[in-house]
Design a protein around this ligand. Structure first.
Ligand code: BGC
Length: 783
């Protein structure tokens, strides 16, 4: 499969060169000969300039008692059109050695922070701060650089979703928001939640799984955490950016009802929970229109129906027009010079002057950006350059470790192989640098670990040198962390010699094979197999020693042909900068695993709605690649498996523990327009552990037999018993009425099921619900 990396490190810099936008394809800029000089802006507050020396006069909008709307209106009233539109145009902020555009005359913004995603000049005359933008959801990232900033990385988004613990997601968001702020950034491009429609999608590791409720709750809480730190968070990539293959041209077709009940519902929930200041529209087209000039997505669904008050920023290179994009709801063009033209610079001023874009709309664009800045506190607590020396890395290591520990999923554990027996005398660790570190995912979200020698590159020269590389391992050694917790002799082999690994395995008490799947932005996995010889290596080792444990570090689901042979399997995802400690603590039983899969693990690609990745074959009459999301529609992930009767390798919601739980006593009562389930959970095993109560609901005429209706994680000591109440959002009992733009619950019988995964029901009760319709979530209900 051809990879299509986006060479974002190829920021144009010199005349006479060419901007690479899609790998393999050199995209020339088609005659558009434009020059865009970076606006001159005041130095950041606190810098030693004459302007900063004078204390600014208090302005009406400095009054924090006023609402963000009032404050935004007060500033707006003082702004010229030029100043308003200055806010709508952002720059990429990374210098690069790669070939640069010959046609764009890009100058790196002088006040941008190096190797960062973006910069938007403020309006010093009025005290409007600059916007300094950084990626992304795992922490403060750096674009490819010889001297990246070194920070704390959370585990991957998929790992955080595996915790089924929104509170941990919020804490993680607050931690990375704090590092962003202290690194001089006030906009963090975190909050990614495209539903996993394609398990081979190269960016699944950044997202929050396949279920709208789980993904919405996890990402929404992360956004909330980021924004608690005076940093705007984004919600992205809006919407249906379900694969990387041909991501900048593909047109995803989907029926509106299915759209509202799947990916859009995830975003709707995240929006309600997190109130993101910004939303990033995606690269792809949706139903014929680019996401960044898609009136239905931006104006109708997001702004009108959900009441989104912030601003829409484009993905880097996802703006394609001036008038159409502005009128369809795009508020800020990002990352110049990624696009063909600086559509929202001079051209937008001209469009407003000519009346193609109304002045009211220009005001709306600027007001939305200002409002988001006020709401997140960007005026009140201003970033002050690089204060990273004051980051409390010790406290942050504990935050990422807690997320990694709750995100690790125990998939198999035969005869109590885990936790490792204290009687083991020799432990052999095999493969993938587990002696020195843990893997991370590639692309714009790449964080380089704090405390790492050699600028974050403990394993140089693996993986691609260009985007989405480099392939980065964080210096948190599972082997050293294990050695610190066992009296056994622990040895390491890289596993390249399969025979030697099998021979050594035969001599060890226990073998732990670290297997990996490295994924990165801009390319999808070719298939669901572990790459290279890893399947053969695991099979050979397991043949030699039945006490074989496999620790997976993958971006998403993989197929496991060796599963019957091995004793235990842990899915550790990309576990972040304290991942080695987290893995060792789970292996030794210091921590009881409590992760549950946020995504179905298929048994074979033939079970998927799209056995081959779309976009490589079919073209529409205009030559655009297309994909048909109506095949699965709203039946994403486990819903597709349920609907088609396919048996997955591991179902959504699945995960084992070192203890056992007894769950039952399900009762259900009406609560608002939705329901509330009550369940009693008891820890019946020997150790403390966390159970995840999962409540599924079934109704007539739905996309699939059941939906996750609610969930709750509960921490129990041995023998402890607790009653848990789980609210069920009424939208999960409804279908979306496209004509009336309302959610509708059909009167009649529904089934509510307590389960330990999407495939493991425990107890069901039937309830009758009256007919109702409502516009939004649990509140705001129309009879
Ligand atoms: C990605 C975004 C990212 C942006 C800025 C794009 O390629 O799709 O997720 O925030 O670059 O780096």
């Amino acid at each position: 499969m051809p990879k299509t990396p986006l060479f974002k490190t190829s920021a144009p810099r010199a005349l006479g060169q060419v901007l690479l936008l899609t790998a393999g394809l050199v995209v020339s800029q088609g005659g558009a000969f434009c020059s865009q000089a970076v606006a001159q802006v005041a130095p950041p507050p606190g810098s030693a300039s004459p302007a900063a020396a004078k204390a600014p006069l208090p302005r009406a909008w400095d009054d924090a008692r006023l609402s963000p709307d009032e404050r935004a209106d007060l500033v707006l009233a003082k702004m010229t059109l030029h100043e308003k539109l200055q806010l709508t145009f952002g720059y990429f902020s990374t210098q690069s050695d790669k070939p640069a555009s010959g046609v764009k005359n890009f100058e790196l913004p002088k006040e941008g922070l190096p190797a960062s995603a973006g910069f938007v000049p403020g309006v010093p005359r009025l005290g409007v701060p600059n916007q300094w933008l950084s990626d992304a959801g795992m922490g403060v990232a750096s674009q490819q650089s010889k001297t990246p900033r070194l920070r704390t990385s959370l585990p991957s988004g998929m790992a955080v979703a595996s915790t089924w613990n929104p509170e941990l997601a919020r804490k993680g968001g607050a931690m990375i928001g704090n590092e962003a702020f202290l690194s001089g950034f006030n906009v963090l491009l975190a909050g990614a939640l495209n539903l996993v429609r394609e398990p081979r999608n190269g960016r699944n590791f950044e997202y929050a799984g396949e279920d709208p409720l789980l993904a919405g709750m996890i990402a929404g809480n992360q956004i909330k955490g980021v924004q608690s730190q005076n940093v705007i968070s984004t919600m992205k990539h809006f919407a249906f950016n379900g694969q990387e293959t041909r991501r900048t041209t593909i047109d995803h077709k989907i029926d509106e009802q299915a759209a509202r009940q799947s990916d859009l519902l995830a975003f709707e929930i995240a929006h309600e929970v997190g109130q993101p200041g910004s939303v990033m529209c995606a690269y792809n087209r949706v139903n014929g229109f680019y996401a960044c000039e898609n009136d239905w997505l931006l104006n109708q669904v997001l702004k009108r129906d959900w009441g989104f008050k912030g601003y829409v920023m484009s993905d880097w290179g996802a703006t394609h027009s001036t008038t159409q994009a502005a009128n369809a709801g795009l508020d800020q063009q990002s990352g110049w010079p990624f696009d063909r033209s600086p559509y929202f610079a001079d051209a937008l001023r001209e469009a407003v002057n000519n009346g193609y874009v109304s002045e009211a709309r220009a005001d709306d664009m600027a007001r939305r950006i200002l409002r988001a800045m006020f709401a997140a506190g960007l005026f009140d607590k201003r970033v002050n350059g690089d204060a990273s020396a004051t980051i409390d890395y010790g406290v942050h290591a504990a935050v990422t470790q807690a997320a990694a520990e709750e995100g690790i999923v125990l998939l198999k554990n035969t005869a109590g192989l885990l936790p490792l027996s204290k009687r083991s005398r020799s432990i052999l660790i095999v493969g993938n640098h587990a002696d020195i570190g843990v893997l991370s995912g590639g692309g714009s979200s790449q964080v380089y670990a704090h405390g790492s020698p050699t600028n974050g590159m403990i394993v140089p020269n693996e993986g691609p040198s260009g985007f989405p590389g480099p392939k980065v391992y964080h210096p948190s050694s599972p082997m050293k962390a294990l050695q610190a917790r066992t009296s056994a002799t622990v040895t390491y082999l890289d596993g390249k010699d399969v025979q030697a690994a099998a021979a050594a395995a035969a001599r060890a008490d226990v073998v732990i094979v670290f297997a990996e799947q490295w994924l990165g932005e801009s390319a999808d996995a070719r298939n669901l197999d572990l790459p290279g010889e890893q399947n053969a290596l695991i099979a050979a080792v397991a043949d030699a020693n039945k006490n074989s444990v496999v620790v997976l570090q993958t971006g998403g689901p993989v197929i496991m042909p060796w599963l019957p042979k091995v004793g235990a399997v842990l899915e550790a995802w990309y576990p972040g900068t304290s991942g080695g400690e987290a893995i060792a603590r789970i292996l030794t039983g210091q921590v009881n695993p409590s992760g549950r899969l946020p995504v179905t693990f298929p048994a074979a690609t033939g079970q998927l709605p799209r056995p081959a990745i779309e976009g490589l074959g079919t073209m529409d009459p205009n030559g655009h690649p297309t994909s048909n999301y109506d095949v699965d529609g709203a039946a994403v992930g486990y819903k597709w498996f349920d609907k088609t009767g396919a048996k997955p390798l591991f179902p959504f919601g699945y995960g084992l523990s070192y203890t056992s739980f007894d769950m039952g006593g399900l009762t259900v009562k009406a609560e608002g327009r939705g329901l509330q389930a009550r369940v009693v959970v008891r820890n019946t095993g020997p150790v403390r552990g966390k159970a995840v109560v999962q409540i599924y609901v079934s109704g007539q005429g739905w996309e699939a037999p059941r939906r996750l209706g609610g969930f709750s994680k509960v921490d129990l000591k041995p023998g402890e018993k607790r009653a848990v109440t789980v609210p069920i959002d009424p939208r999960l009992l409804a279908t979306f009425d496209v004509e009336g733009r309302t959610w509708r619950i059909t009167g009649g019988g529904y089934q509510v099921t307590l389960a330990s995964s999407a495939s493991d029901p425990i107890q069901s009760v039937n309830v009758d619900l009256p007919a109702s319709s409502f516009v939004q979530g649990p509140a705001d209900v129309r009879p």
